[in-house]
Write a protein that binds this ligand. Sequence first.
Ligand code: GDP
Ligand code: MN
Length: 356
Amino acid sequence: MKLHEYQSKQIFARYGIPIPRGKVATIADEAKQIAKELGSRVVVKSQVLVGGRGKAGGIRLAKNPEEAGEIASQILAMEIKGLPVRKVLVDEAVNIEIEIYLGITNDRGARRPVMMASSAGGVDIEQVAREMPEKIVKIHIDPLLGLRDYQARDIAAGIDLPREHWRDFAQIARGLWQAYTECDATLAEINPLVITDENRLLAVDGKMLIDDNALFRQPTLAELRDIDEEATSEAEARRYGLSFIKLDGNIGCMVNGAGLAMTTMDIIKLFGGSPANFLDIGGGANAEKVAAALRIILADPNVKAILFNIFGGITRGDEVARGILTALNDVNPSVPMVIRLVGTKAYLDKAESVHR
Ligand code: GDP
Ligand code: MN
């Protein structure tokens, strides 16, 4: 689950990371009012769950409340990478001397979280990672020991941070680590962490991804989910208890079991195709669930064909077949469907077929 910038920064602040004063607005007038209260230059920031808002024109400075209102009304009318802007964050603006990148994520290869930092932070960090990877310092964190102070200092030294900032930097790094672990995050990122013209460290942008599998024990975080911002197909899938992830290809897949679903996607790729989704209908899926899954797949205009790969164990072939028929009653697919259905109740037995 992705959190908005303003949500991530509020969490960071609870862990002792300094953030600018600011508030969220949904209409221009509100933004103007917030700017008035802040009593300074402000930055008006679109709150959408994609990166690169700055380059898309979704982050703009305003000199006074009137201008903040005008800019907010323009940004609130924008779409960024296909997502309509519904909220803006109005933050006190600062004068930036240096932009640092600081983030934590899981390094599966190393089987540990990794903290990454760079003195070349800001909007071009992806380019830095590609072209000057030596500009990014990485330190693996032992999950049992946590981030050690010497590690935070090593990072500070590694990015040539002036010594006077080391203490504050170490505190921010510790706060970020705590936020990352206690929130069950898979990413906690500050980009940029800035040094202001008043020589203060400040987290100007924030981003967190929370592990969906941990939300059962993170009820307060689970409530932060922004349903407006989600792909409707994924929200719909969750309602029916389906594991669904939308992808960019054109072959829709309906499979039971995550392992079989992954293998099916691999097979499609092996033969030069490209899957439109990952979909695990789970064990023992009934007709209703299958019908919902089929509607979700068919709602994607990119889908040119559908492959069913059902291996009946707990899942019963006849239930899946009924689900397909149910769905065909209310959606009329114009795409070919290929169905492989083996295992439990893949065929009606003689007695039953005579009956019908
Ligand atoms: P992103 O483009 O989605 O990563 O959004 P950010 O919040 O990181 O903003 C993009 C860029 O806008 C930052 O890297 C800064 O250069 C700039 N920016 C953001 N807030 C301020 C601010 O308060 N003052 C100034 N001068 N620039 C800012
Ligand atoms: Mn940023």
